[in-house]
Write a protein of this length. Structure first.
Length: 520
C-alpha cells in the first residue's frame, strides 16, 4: 500500500482516524450518561456492565481479528468491524431494557475491537517505519483525545439532548468513514500468510481473558479480592493461558505466535504500552472525582476538566511522531515522555483541599504532554521489528496489552481509592454531629459528587448546615487523601515504564537511512 497517491493516502488517514475516534470514544463516553440511563432503564445492580461488556468484547476481539486481517486483508476485516459497530450502536440507542443495552454494548465492543486492531495496522502498511512516526502520531493523538474527552462529551450530550444520542451521534461519523474507506482503501493480501484460522487458539484466548477481565472488574466492588469468586476466576484464567500457550506452539498460524515473545523489542514495547494505559486511566478516572469531591465543581464541569490534558496529549503525540520520522530516534523520546509524565503525576500527588483550578490545569498539561510523547512510539517499534506479513498481529498485540493495562489499572486503583476512602470515613470525628445527621455520612458514594452534596445540604434545616459544613471539610480531606494514594501508585507505574524503556534496543527504522541518502 506504500505506492498510493498522496490524495488517496490522505483519505485513508481520515477514514482511519474516524474509526479510531469511534471505537475508542465509545469505551469512555457512556460513563457520564449512566445515571440517566439507569433512571430510564432501571437496573442499578448492573450499573457497570455496559462499560464492562464493551471493554471485555473489544479486548478479546483485538488479537483475533488482527491476525485475520493478516490472512484475508485489512479492507474486508475493517468493513466487518465498522458494520458490526454501527448496527450495534443503533441497537444501543433503541434499547428498552438494561439487559438489551448490555448485550448491544458487547456487540458494539466486538466491532470496536476490530476497528482498533486494524486501524494502526493500516497506517503501518501504508508507510515505511521511517515515515510512520508522523502519521502514527496523528492516529494515536486521536486515540488519546477520544479516551480523555469521552466523559465530557457524554455529559454534554446527555444534558442537552438525550442519553440515546450518545450512541446515535456515531452513525453519521461511521457512515462517512465507510464511504471514504470504500473508495480509498485498497485490499492488499500477503500471499505468504497461510489461510489457516486458529479456532482452538481463539477459544483458549477467550476462556483465559474473560474470567481475568471480569475478576479485575468485579474485585473490590462486587466481591472482595480474596473471595472464592475472584481467586477462582483468576486461577481458571491462568490455567487457560497456559493451555493457550501450548495450543499456539502447535498451531500452523497462531493468533499470538509464541515466537513474538522471543523478541525483546516486542516484550518491552507491549509492557510499556500496558504501563502507559495503566497510568493514563489511573488519571482520567479519578481527576473528575477530585474536582467534584474536593474542589466542588459540578458533574458536567468535572467532565470538562480533562480538556487541558487532552490538548497537551494530542499536540505532544503529533510532535513526537514528527520527531521520530525526522530523526529516526525513538528511545530517548520514550524516556523523556515517561519522565515528564512522572513529574506531572508527582505534582498531581501533591494536590489537596487547597489546590486551585489553575494548579490542576498545569499539572494535567505536564502529565498529558508526557504521555502524549510516548503514544506513537511502541506501535512503531514493534512494526519495525517484524516483517510486513506480521503487521496486523504485532500491532494488535500492542493495542491488546494497552487495553488490558487500562482495565487492570482502573480496577486495582479503584480498589485502593475505595478502601482508603472507607477507612477515612470511619475515622472521621463525629463527636459534635447530631445523631440524625450521622446517617448522612454513612454513604461515602454520595460525597464524591458535588451535585449530590448540594442536594443533601439544601434539604437540611438552616441550623444543621453549620454541622454539615464542618463535616464536609473532613470529607474533602478524606477524598483528597484517598486519591493521593492512587496518584502515588501511578508514579511508580511511570517509573517502571522508564526502567523498562531503558532496555529498549534502538534499531534503525527501516527506510530511514535510505531516505536520508536519497535526500542528500
Amino acid at each position: 500500500m506504500n505506492n498510493l497517491s498522496k490524495k488517496r493516502v490522505t483519505f485513508v488517514l481520515i477514514g482511519v482516524m474516524l474509526s479510531v475516534l469511534l471505537s475508542s470514544l465509545d469505551s469512555t463516553i457512556v460513563g457520564t450518561s449512566m445515571p440517566k440511563i439507569i433512571n430510564e432503564l432501571h437496573g442499578m445492580d448492573q450499573y457497570t456492565w455496559p462499560f464492562t461488556a464493551y471493554m471485555l468484547c473489544s479486548t478479546i476481539t483485538i488479537p483475533i481479528f488482527g491476525k485475520l486481517a493478516d490472512i484475508y486483508g485489512r479492507k474486508p476485516i475493517w468493513f466487518i468491524g465498522i458494520s458490526i459497530f454501527l448496527i450495534a450502536t443503533a441497537l444501543c440507542g433503541l434499547s428498552k431494557t438494561m439487559m438489551q443495552l448490555i448485550i448491544f454494548r458487547g456487540l458494539q465492543g466486538f466491532g470496536g475491537g476490530i476497528l482498533m486492531s486494524n486501524s494502526f495496522a493500516i497506517v503501518g502498511a501504508m508507510f515505511s517505519p521511517a515515515e510512520r512516526g508522523k502519521y502514527m502520531g496523528l492516529v494515536t493523538g486521536v486515540f488519546g483525545l477520544s479516551s480523555v474527552i469521552g466523559p465530557a462529551v457524554g455529559g454534554y450530550i446527555t444534558d442537552n439532548l438525550n442519553w440515546r444520542w450518545v450512541f446515535y451521534v456515531n452513525l453519521p461519523v461511521g457512515i462517512l468513514a465507510m464511504v471514504v474507506m470504500f473508495f480509498a482503501l485498497p485490499n492488499v493480501i500477503d500471499k505468504s500468510v497461510k489461510k489457516v484460522v486458529d479456532y482452538l487458539g481463539a477459544l483458549m484466548l477467550i476462556l483465559g481473558l474473560v474470567p481475568m477481565l471480569l475478576a479485575f472488574t468485579w474485585a473490590g466492588k462486587d466481591y472482595s479480592w480474596g473471595s472464592v469468586q475472584i481467586i477462582g476466576m483468576l486461577a481458571f484464567s491462568v490455567v487457560m493461558f497456559i493451555v493457550f500457550g501450548f495450543v499456539e506452539s502447535k498451531a500452523v498460524e497462531p493468533i499470538i505466535p509464541p515466537s513474538l515473545f522471543k523478541n525483546s523489542t516486542f516484550n518491552i514495547s507491549t509492557f510499556a504500552a500496558f504501563l502507559t494505559n495503566g497510568a493514563m486511566f489511573g488519571t482520567i478516572t479519578f481527576i473528575p472525582l477530585f474536582v467534584q469531591g474536593v474542589i466542588g465543581a459540578s458533574a458536567t464541569n468535572s467532565g470538562m476538566v480533562t480538556t487541558p490534558m487532552t490538548l497537551a496529549l494530542v499536540i505532544a503525540s503529533i510532535i513526537s511522531g514528527q520527531l521520530i520520522s525526522r530523526t529516526g530516534k525513538y528511545k530517548v523520546l520514550g524516556l523523556i515522555g515517561f519522565l515528564i509524565a512522572a513529574v506531572g503525576m508527582f505534582f498531581m500527588a501533591l494536590m489537596g483541599t487547597s489546590t486551585t483550578n489553575l494548579q490542576i490545569v498545569i499539572n494535567m498539561i505536564i502529565l498529558g504532554a508526557g504521555l502524549g510523547v510516548t503514544m506513537p512510539i511502541f506501535n512503531i517499534t514493534v512494526q519495525n521489528a517484524f516483517p510486513s506479513n506480521k503487521l496486523g498481529t504485532v500491532t494488535s498485540a500492542v493495542q491488546f496489552f494497552r487495553n488490558i493495562g487500562g482495565t487492570i489499572s482502573s480496577a486495582v486503583l479503584g480498589t485502593v481509592m475505595s478502601n482508603a476512602m472507607n477507612d477515612g470515613f470511619t475515622k472521621m470525628d463525629y463527636s459534635n454531629v447530631p445523631t440524625q445527621m450521622k446517617v448522612i455520612f454513612k454513604d461515602a458514594q454520595a460525597f464524591t459528587n458535588a451535585d449530590a452534596i448540594k442536594a443533601v445540604r439544601d434539604h437540611l434545616p438552616q441550623q444543621a448546615r453549620v454541622f454539615f459544613d464542618s463535616m464536609m471539610i473532613q470529607v474533602k480531606e478524606v477524598i483528597a487523601n484517598s486519591i493521593h494514594e492512587v496518584f502515588v501508585i501511578s508514579i511508580f507505574i511511570l517509573v517502571a515504564a522508564i526502567v523498562i524503556t531503558l532496555f529498549l534496543k534502538e534499531t534503525p527504522l527501516k527506510g530511514y537511512s535510505q531516505d536520508k541518502e536519497e535526500a542528500a
